[in-house]
Design a protein around this ligand. Structure first.
Ligand code: PLP
Length: 426
């Protein structure tokens, strides 16, 4: 079959009529399918079901030091939970702060504290500065961008390359003292599924920003989320920054949102001991302690890092085949037409697809009309503006397999129709 670019007008019109008919056929089915948010499916939630009963009696509720987890106290988390996350991230328990159920909340808090109080090395709170710029590798995670946007920071787009963000550009931009930080998802990035290369991690650790209080927001949300193959070890960014002489430049985050229950899991922040002490002083004003019952339930459920990694295999067995469905469809139906390109991740929660220029919005509009909801076009860029209107984030995890298969078919037809409309200038 010819690619669309190779077809003459008559062939394109013929193809358009065929695809349009398929599209109308799907529309008539009144489908209601969703590939928008990266949520675990109910089958995945069920694999953590035992967490609901692992603490079942009053006597179960004491941590390793004999503290009753049902009561106030222990701002930074119970010791065994700090150890579990420390082992997971390869850092020391003293470098860990256990948060509530959402890592985004702690990320928000770090940025909020930077604005209201300043970070440990800030000359003044960011709110008192005329300008704050924040670097946003894109395509990236919309909620990251929105946190810094909500405080009034100017967002600067950094292109994502195959092995991480464009480091030449970052090294250049950090010479500007108003550039205060950067968002990163170093493993199975949202949405590209890219893992930063060792070289990129080294360059991050060796950044020499002009701002003394520049922060790397290292969101390791998908640190153990392989759905293909064995667990892939990752670098300890805290250690690398310390070796490079700037131990306080990085805050790392993760959570069990996509390990146990999103919204009812446990989150963690890792940072230098000095940063943890500084943040604890500020956080102590807003809370007495987080949910230690949930922390203990998680530790009892996993037992240790190996237990957690074994648990991730159960997710992989459910998630892997769903990614295959999407990728196999794209390879068979879309690739020969050369109307889109995509990455083939082996972990994380998303497939990132680029349409021909200026076709993403239209593709998603068509999908919506046919009953398939997907993440809004542009969402993966700062301010929701994708300059070439081409990136689409596909989230295959949530729908059951039969719905996913249907949703992908509908999406494929919408991709074709939007591309044909563009070629035919309809
Ligand atoms: N960070 C990234 C990169 C994500 O993709 C997500 C959810 O999709 C989150 C954080 C949300 O994490 P949490 O549920 O811990 O707030």
């Amino acid at each position: 079959m010819s690619t669309y670019a190779e077809m003459d007008k008559a062939a394109l019109e013929q193809e358009y009529a065929k695809v349009k008919e398929q599209y109308e056929g799907y529309k008539a089915l009144n489908l209601k399918l969703n590939m928008a948010r990266g949520k675990p499916s109910s089958m995945q939630l069920d694999v953590s079901g035992d967490i609901l009963t692992v603490l079942s009696k009053n006597e179960d509720c004491y941590d390793a030091e004999g503290t009753d987890v049902r009561n106030y106290g222990g701002l930074d988390g119970i010791p065994e939970c700090k150890k579990l996350f420390a082992d997971l991230l390869g850092v020391k328990p003293s470098e860990i702060f256990i948060g509530g159920s959402s890592s985004l909340t702690i990320m928000y808090d770090v940025i909020a504290k930077a604005y209201t109080n300043g970070l440990k090395d800030s000359e003044k709170p960011w709110a008192k500065l005329d300008k704050v710029k924040f670097l946003c590798p894109a395509p990236g995670y919309d909620r990251h961008f929105r946190i810094t946007e909500s405080f009034g920071a100017e967002l600067i787009t950094i292109p994502m390359l195959d092995d991480g963000p464009d480091m030449d550009m970052i090294e250049d931009l950090v010479k500007d003292p108003t550039v205060k930080g950067i968002w990163c998802v170093p493993k199975y990035s949202n949405p590209d599924g890219i893992t930063y290369s060792d070289k990129v991690v080294d360059r991050f650790a060796n950044l020499k920003p002009a701002a003394k209080d520049f922060i790397i927001m290292w969101d390791n949300a998908y640190c153990v989320h392989e759905f293909k193959g064995e667990f892939v070890p990752f670098r300890n960014i805290l250690e690398e920054c310390a070796k490079a002489g700037r131990p306080d430049m990085v805050f790392e985050f993760c959570s069990t949102s996509k390990i146990t229950f999103p919204g009812a899991g446990v989150s963690a922040m890792a940072a230098s001991e000095a940063n943890i002490e500084y943040m604890k002083k500020l956080l102590a004003v807003q809370m007495i302690s987080e949910d230690k019952v949930n922390q203990l339930r998680h530790v009892r459920f996993f037992k240790d890092r190996d237990g957690l990694l074994a648990h991730m295999k159960k997710h992989a067995a459910i998630l892997g085949p769903k990614f295959d469905v999407v990728l196999d469809y794209l390879d068979a139906e879309i690739k020969p037409l050369e109307i889109a390109t995509w990455k083939k991740p082996t972990g994380g929660y998303f497939i990132s697809l680029d349409t021909n220029d200026f076709c993403a919005k239209r593709t998603l509009e068509l999908a919506k009309e046919a009953g398939v909801t997907m993440t809004n076009a542009g969402a993966t860029y700062p301010y929701g503006k994708d300059p070439r209107d081409r990136n689409i984030r596909i989230a295959p995890s949530y729908p059951p397999m039969d719905e996913l298969k249907k949703a992908v078919e509908v999406f494929g037809v919408c991709l074709k129709l939007a591309a044909l409309e563009k070629y035919l200038e309809k």
